[in-house]
Design a protein around this ligand. Structure first.
Ligand SMILES: Cc1cc2nc3c(=O)[nH]c(=O)nc-3n(C[C@H](O)[C@H](O)[C@H](O)COP(=O)(O)O)c2cc1C
Length: 195
């Protein structure tokens, strides 16, 4: 892949992935371009190999058919909020080949193979588009926490999680900026919460 910040990727760390769980947007091709927040599990950031634990969702279905996934590393809470419940429309993309969401810091394509609850991944190509100076923001972190609990609440109907979602939404309102506040609005609407 020429352009699009392409680099010769020798390891996951080149693209910003670190040991532990990296929250990213996974893009797969099916009947439509599917976007979902996913936790990329990295055991050796100096390697090309990683995995994702996948529930029964569109991402799993698409990987089963196509055997590949694109990942975008991005820090936009609104993108995480939309992708948790829906898919991004075309206006959110700055490129379709490879698929890159506007504002992404890096992208990559990985071959993917389903094994039990996991998809085993291996890096094929990737690029770095932006290197962003960014302070830690508890509001952004709170949106990620709120979304993890919200997706479980909505998908598994686990109402015991509602209190946690409310707690993190209040925190996001207190510590976040305008993108976090917009994300709070999306989550409130999708989960049916009034703060
Ligand atoms: C931060 C975050 C991380 C997530 N990680 C995963 C994951 O690793 N595996 C998974 O199956 N779902 C994960 N989810 C839930 C999916 O994003 C969610 O179920 C989504 O609706 C699936 O979309 P799809 O059906 O389009 O694939 C995560 C959600 C959030 C907010």
């Amino acid at each position: 892949m020429e352009g699009k910040g392409s680099i010769e990727v020798v390891k996951l760390a080149d693209l910003g992935f670190r040991n532990g769980i990296n929250e990213v947007i996974g893009i797969t091709v099916g009947e439509w371009l599917n976007t979902a927040p996913l936790g990329l599990i990295v055991e050796d950031e100096k390697s090309k190999k990683a995995k994702i634990r996948l529930y029964s969702n569109h991402t799993r279905k698409n990987i089963e058919k196509k055997g590949e996934i694109w990942l975008n590393l991005i820090h936009d809470p609104v993108v995480f909020a939309i992708c948790s419940f829906d898919d991004l429309d075309e206006s959110y993309f700055e490129s379709f080949d490879p698929p890159i969401i506007k504002g992404s810091l890096s992208w990559c394509r990985m071959v993917a193979e389903l094994t039990g609850p996991f998809a085993k991944l291996e890096l094929v190509e990737g690029g770095v588009l932006r290197r962003e100076l960014k302070a830690v923001n508890r509001g952004f972190n709170a949106i990620i926490e709120a979304l993890v609990h919200s997706t479980r609440l909505v998908e598994f109907g686990d109402e015991s999680l509602r209190g946690k979602v409310e707690y993190y939404l209040n925190l996001a309102m207190k510590c976040g900026g305008e993108r976090e506040r917009k994300a709070v609005g999306i989550i409130k609407e999708r989960v049916g919460i009034q703060l």
